[in-house]
Each structure stands twice: as structure tokens, then as C-alpha cells.
Design a protein around this ligand. Structure first.
Ligand code: UN1
Length: 488
């Protein structure tokens, strides 16, 4: 028997109205690790009410004080880092070193936005009229629906909830149904840090109905979502006039030029392509390699990929952990089959692995054409495709030939090629001589094209998604002054 967990509404841990539950599993063993409440419409309604009634008080708390609570939360994450990291590995599957990184990213985010409590800058600017003052201030938006994925079960809730809270919003948090235990622990620590009752509420459950009810709820003012492109489109259509922040898919590429340090590029492709078992929206699933180094790089990459050790993330010898669930194994395999039938050449991998657990062999394709399915669609698994190109122009064209625009990278010693890549690649992030993953929390994160709707998370721009700008004019002239008219 595994433990049963509850929803968190208005500062109380409660059962769902329907009494329906679902189970979370360890992806390395398929064993159950916890039972969770399936929140329905009534539960979401209770959570929204709690968030609404907490909002008035919370937005009146001075932002530096709100920041202090976030700072205490960062301290608690730090104190519990090892336990949380093990929990991430247990429930999500990533190897322990990466799970520690997941928790560290949340600590960094909490500290960064705690400090933001003492900034939250607006701006001042001169008025066109005499004895008149003009400035902007930031206001909270209201109750936010925060919908997070399972691949960074601690970091991404922090990316969203920390700026939401420091700006004075309250939230109804719906974590991915594959990682509700991580979310429960996250919320327990928020409670312990002193986040007042009702400021953060958690409703666990599937996308439909739990997420859908949140997205359509008339009194929720904003939705922040990270996940698939199709769900993002659904949210945009159904949230209508809510403020919506979306971080969706990627089909990120690494360009390798003839003058690149191939050893360095190899490390980058292995980490970018197979880190987190390819389950990052920033994962490098395309290697766009100059034809003059293609053969050499291909054999270097194949021999390293074959040596990667698949296994449970808690085992210190493991390089690559399991996928999140059975569906992910099936989806990955479907893409591998499509790659083969479109004529790509399999260099290694290509099969599910092991008797128990959702493992898939690290897989490498070469001879991939830029328009093949495996080169166009997000697989979210350990599959890397090599595409050969003749020059930098073709490399950039291939890089941009996808519907997404999240992360990108170029390995080169040629400063001109590097700057062309920075200028011409259509993506929210470009790395030079580093892989596509590894975003730091004090810089904006997000993408263009179908990766999102233009919002950015983290960094100072992360504040924009969670605050409204109010423009303030103060006329101390004592007379009516008309802008555009009384200007002489
Ligand atoms: C994601 O995959 O949704 O840059 C986020 C990175 C991490 C964040 C990834 N810091 O890969």
C-alpha cells in the first residue's frame, strides 16, 4: 500500500469531492509510489474561491515582505535538496545528478525572485507638460492558473510560482499528473516557508477535466503553461481574454562547422541530446553537421552513444534514465519506425529496453533529410538525427526549417560564423560552443514561432508575464493641463 495524498485548498489538505484518485509510478520500476486526488470542477471552484479571498490581503503585503517568504522557501529547498532530488529521480526518472540540478534551479529561481521583491521596477519619464510627473508601476494580475510539466517537477513550478507570488498574485497550481508527489512536497515547503493560506492552492488531476476547468474558469485572470504545442493551442483558444504565458515545444539543433573543436562538440551533443533522456524542451534532437567533418563526427558520436549506460536514475553508474511512461516509449518508437520508413539510417539504438521500466535505447540516425518527421517533430525521447550540410547558409536554413524556435547552438572557431548564427537563427536562445540545454535563471527563457506566444520566463522578463503595468500621471500644477493641446 502506498500513501494517499490530498489537494491543498485554502491552507487545508483535503480530499476531492468525487473521492476519485489516480496513482503515480516510478518510471524505472513501474511500481506505484503514491495515490492522489483527482480534482473535478467543484474542487477547482473551491481552489479559485480560496485564491480570490487570499488575493486582497496578499497583494497588500509589501513586495519586499513577499520576497522574504520566497527567500525562506529557497532556504527550505536548500535544506531538503538531497531528499527532493531523490524524490525527483524516483517519480520522474532523471539521473540523480540532474535531479539535484532540477532542485538547484528552483533554489536559484526562488532567491532571484526574492530579491525582485526589492526592485519590481517601473520607470519614470518626463511629462510633456509643466508641473506634471509620469511613471509606471507594476500591479498583480489576480488569480493565476499555473500548469506545469513533469520533466522539471521542481524547477518549473518555481519558474512560475516565484514571480507570480512576488508580484502579488495568488495561484491555483495544477502539476503534471505524472509527478504529483514532487508537487505535493513543493507545496508543503511553501506552506512551511510561511506562504499564507489560500495564496497557493494545489489541484492534482489530469489535463481534462482538472486543467480544462482551470483554463476556462471565468474568474481566473491568467494561465501560465509549459507543455506540448497542441495543449498550448487549446489553452490559447479556451482561455480567450485571459493573460496567457506559453512555453511549448522545441526541435533544437546543434550546428557543427568544420573548424569546430569536435571533442567539445561531441560532449555537447551527448549532453544536449541524451541528457534527461531527451525529455527537455531544449533537447538537441538535430545535429546539423558540415559534410567535411560528417563522417568523422558520426563515428565519434556513434561510439560514445553506444557506451551510454541505461538504467535507474538512482544507480550511480547510469548515464541515461527511463522515459516518463509507457506512452512516451510508444511515441519514441513510433518516430523511430517513421525514420526508418522514410529512409534514415539507424546507427545505434532504436528499441525499447529491459523487462521493467520505461527504458528506450539512446538512438542515433544519420542520412536524415531536413523534412523527415524525425527532423521536424518533437520526439521528447533519446533520439538524435544527423543532417549533413554543405555550408553555413544551408546550416542556418536547415536550423530554421521547423515550426519551433526555442534553443539552438553552433560549434565553431570562426567568429563570423558565430555572429551569423546569432543573427539569423530563429530561436529564443542561441548558444555558441555549448549545447542547447543549460539555461540560467537570471536570463530570459522562451522561444519564438510555435514554441510560445511571445512571453519569457525567468530573468527580469519573467516578471512581465505575472504583472500588469499601470501608468500614473500626477499633475501638481493646480490647473487643467491638456496633453497634446496645451503644449506651448
Ligand atoms: C524545459 O525543458 O522545459 O536549459 C526547461 C535547460 C533547463 C531548463 C529546461 N535549464 O535545459
Amino acid at each position: 500500500m502506498v500513501a494517499s495524498h490530498k489537494l491543498y485548498i485554502g491552507g487545508n489538505w483535503v480530499n476531492s469531492e468525487s473521492g476519485e484518485t489516480f496513482t503515480s509510478h516510478n518510471p524505472a520500476t513501474e511500481k506505484p509510489i503514491g495515490v492522489f486526488q483527482k480534482a473535478g470542477e467543484g474542487d477547482v471552484e473551491r481552489a479559485v474561491k480560496a485564491a480570490e479571498s487570499a488575493y486582497k490581503k496578499w497583494k497588500a503585503v509589501p513586495a519586499p515582505k513577499r520576497g522574504e517568504i520566497l527567500f525562506r522557501f529557497a532556504g527550505l529547498l536548500r535544506q531538503n535538496k538531497e531528499e527532493l532530488a531523490r524524490l525527483v529521480t524516483l517519480e520522474m526518472g532523471k539521473v540523480l545528478g540532474e535531479a539535484r540540478g532540477d532542485v538547484q534551479e528552483a533554489i536559484d529561481t526562488a532567491e532571484y525572485f526574492a530579491g525582485e521583491g526589492r526592485r519590481l521596477f517601473g520607470h519614470t519619464t518626463p511629462s510633456e507638460l509643466r508641473d506634471k510627473f509620469a511613471m509606471t508601476v507594476r500591479m498583480p494580475v489576480g488569480v493565476f492558473g499555473v500548469i506545469t510539466p513533469w520533466n522539471f517537477p521542481i524547477a518549473i513550478p518555481a519558474w512560475k510560482l516565484m514571480p507570480a507570488l512576488v508580484c502579488g498574485n495568488t495561484a491555483v497550481f495544477k502539476p503534471a499528473s505524472d509527478t504529483p508527489l514532487c508537487a505535493t512536497r513543493f507545496v508543503e515547503l511553501l506552506e512551511k516557508a510561511g506562504v499564507p493560506k489560500g495564496v497557493v492552492n494545489m489541484v492534482t488531476g489530469p489535463g481534462d477535466p482538472t486543467g480544462t476547468v482551470l483554463v476556462r474558469h471565468p474568474r481566473i485572470r491568467g494561465i501560465s503553461f509549459t507543455g506540448s504545442r497542441d495543449t498550448g493551442e487549446f489553452i490559447l483558444r479556451n482561455a480567450v481574454l485571459k493573460r496567457v504565458g506559453l512555453e511549448l515545444g522545441g526541435k533544437n539543433g546543434i550546428i557543427i562547422m568544420p573548424d569546430a573543436d569536435l571533442g567539445l562538440a561531441l560532449d555537447g551533443v551527448i549532453w544536449g541530446g541524451f541528457g534527461t533522456t531527451g525529455q527537455r524542451c531544449t533537447a538537441a534532437s538535430r545535429v546539423i553537421v558540415h559534410e567535411s567533418v560528417r563522417q568523422k563526427f558520426e563515428s565519434m558520436l556513434a561510439s560514445r552513444t553506444k557506451r551510454l549506460r541505461l538504467g535507474p536514475g538512482l544507480d550511480a553508474k547510469t548515464d541515461v534514465g527511463p522515459l516518463i511512461n509507457k506512452h512516451a516509449v510508444e511515441k519514441t518508437h513510433k518516430y523511430v519506425t517513421a525514420g526508418l520508413s522514410e529512409g534514415a539510417k539507424l546507427l545505434c539504438g532504436g528499441k525499447p529496453y529491459g523487462k521493467a521500466g520505461y527504458f528506450y535505447q539512446p538512438t542515433l540516425f544519420t542520412g536524415v533529410a531536413p523534412d523527415m518527421k524525425i527532423a521536424q517533430e518533437e520526439i521528447f525521447g533519446p533520439v538524435v538525427s544527423l543532417i549533413s550540410v554543405r555550408n553555413i547558409d544551408e546550416a542556418i536554413d536547415v536550423m530554421n526549417s521547423i515550426k519551433y524556435g526555442l534553443s539552438s547552438s553552433i560549434y565553431t572557431a570562426d567568429i563570423n560564423a558565430a555572429f551569423r548564427a546569432i543573427q539569423e537563427i530563429e530561436a529564443g536562445i542561441t548558444y555558441v560552443n555549448a549545447p542547447t540545454i543549460g539555461a540560467e535563471v537570471h536570463l530570459p527563457f522562451g522561444g519564438i514561432k510555435q514554441t510560445g506566444n511571445g512571453t519569457r520566463e525567468a530573468g527580469i522578463e519573467g516578471i512581465n508575464e505575472f504583472s500588469e503595468t499601470k501608468t500614473v500621471y500626477i499633475d501638481y500644477s493646480g490647473r487643467l493641463q491638456r496633453a497634446q493641446i496645451d503644449v506651448d
